[in-house]
Design a protein. Sequence first.
Length: 357
Amino acid sequence: MAMLWKFMRVAKYSKTTLPPKVKARGIPTHLRRSSSKSVPSEFAASTSCSNAVELLGKAYAQDDFSNVTEKILSKVGKNLHNKKHHPLWLIKEQIKDHFYKQYVGRRGNPLFSVYDGLSPVVTVQQNFDSLLIPQNHASRSKEDNYYLNRGHMLRAHTSAHQWDLIHSGLDAFLAVGDVYRRDTIDNTHYPVFHQMEGVRLFSCHELFSNIKDGEGLQLFEQGHRTAHKQECHTMEAVRLVEFNLKQVLTKLMTHIFGDGLQVRWVDCYFPFTHPSFEMEINFQGEWMEVLGCGVMEQQLVNSAGARDKIGWAFGLGLERLAMILYDIPDIRLFWSEDERFLKQFVVPHIWQKIKFQ
């Protein structure tokens, strides 16, 4: 399945590109705290001789990079993750409920804020540059992405919102949304899917406050990059951030899949975290990768205005979790409007056990 932070794959899915102008009515959604209001799904496509794409109330001049298709634009604004009783909504609500109850701020309010209505139209700078992804990286290819033009695209991952949310002053948040990758369609791959991004930043006091004799510990140093840390981080800080990250994610997956869940961590590489890991769980006798995560690259954190903090980030695919948890055999079923499928997820509470029939 296409998962968050998987940048190196070469996808082959393609369709006929847009006619000169396609209109899609809608109102862009701004950043909001714990909001489920989403980009509207009322679309009316039409063509004209104008060389532009009009989407969500804005016009984008087409150029040699424009490759978004009518079929893909018809999916924009569906927001399955915000459709009540949809399996993707159930997974999102379970994760949100867990974070709200498990992590509480000093005033008793949820520590993590949730953003699930951000516009899927982002700039190339947001989708790639802000995440330190090199200019020549394969993930930028037109073969893998849906571009409105050279400067704008449909987000390829919810990581595209990391920089903006940190820059706005947030240090603990979840971002959820539909993402778009050109991909071959089969039972585990679809060009539109849904992801959740999680970020947590720590000040020196927050990270070391519960450590005995931690007053003299520091977040930063002028050192060397190794397989275990960035050059600017102290080993003490990285170990605590990594421990917190793995603890948070283990608690989350155990809460979703049940006590006794076996977890293992695989070292890997992402351009925007170091060290980086993939989390695998043993579910019903099979090891499955469920997410990517790591200690955020300090260059990214610094550029967003949080120079005095260090943090972690993770990203997961909602479809992947739902397919495992509910035993859904085909990713295309998430787009079904058949009541025989949808009614199975109309349950009185989000934690009720469900097995797809």
